[in-house]
Design a protein around this ligand. Structure first.
Ligand code: SAM
Length: 201
């Protein structure tokens, strides 16, 4: 069981130093497989995944303070003391805060698509980000990418095709697989959801 009680627990992880890599066992108070949700938004997916998987540790990153606070409140209210939320830039977290070969699963769900050509350099899925994700991942770990935006999905596929050390696998979702806040909106609008799963080899 996670070490802290839901009474005293604070879900926000505020690193003492952003120049040192995370010590997961200290942050979560136990050793367990770590899953990261980059850009968690309002956290519906994260919270549901954490409820379904109490034996795993969950870190979410998010840059907007209001969203960080909302996700923290939900985790604290539900006593999910195996959840931590970090207000931090995604790529910085992957490159500088995640220890090597320490993460089991990474989710990148509906990242901002930045459709204008001039803005595409702002997309999260870039070769450098994918290399950082791979460095932080244990062998056999999973990267799950999801978007409603077909051009961004094609971009993701291109980045992954050039990235070394990944194997594409089929993404099988059981009925109870949680969906994200944005996914709920996109499904309601009848938009197709594009997804791909890559395993670190
Ligand atoms: C389109 S929303 C998707 C949110 C969530 N994954 C979902 O599917 O509902 C993208 C989220 O990523 C966050 N975000 C965008 N750029 C970021 C960055 N560089 N670092 C951290 N979070 C970022 C945004 O604030 C927003 O909450």
């Amino acid at each position: 069981m996670p070490a802290e009680s839901s009474q005293t627990f604070c879900a926000e992880w505020k690193p003492e130093s952003i120049l040192e890599r995370a010590d997961w066992s200290r942050i979560f108070g136990r050793v367990a497989p770590v899953e990261i949700d980059y850009g968690c938004g309002e956290g519906a997916f994260l919270i549901a995944q954490a409820q379904k998987n109490p034996e795993r540790n969950f870190l979410a990153t998010e840059r907007l303070v209001g969203r960080v606070e909302k996700v923290c409140r939900a985790a604290e209210r539900l006593g999910l003391n195996h959840v931590r939320v970090l207000r931090m830039e995604n790529a910085y977290t992957a490159q500088f805060l995640v220890p090597p070969e320490s993460v089991a699963t990474v989710y990148v769900s509906f990242p901002d698509p930045w459709p204008k050509r001039a803005h595409q350099a702002r997309r999260l899925v870039q070769p450098e980000f994918i290399d950082s994700v791979r460095e932080g991942m244990q062998r056999g770990g999973e990267l799950r990418l999801k978007t409603d935006d077909l051009p961004y999905f094609q971009w993701m596929e291109k980045v992954m095709a050039s990235a070394k050390g990944w194997q594409r696998e089929e993404w099988v979702e059981d009925e109870g697989y949680p969906i994200t806040n944005f996914e709920t909106r996109f499904i309601a609008q009848g938009l197709p959801i594009h997804r791909s799963l890559y395993r670190k080899i």
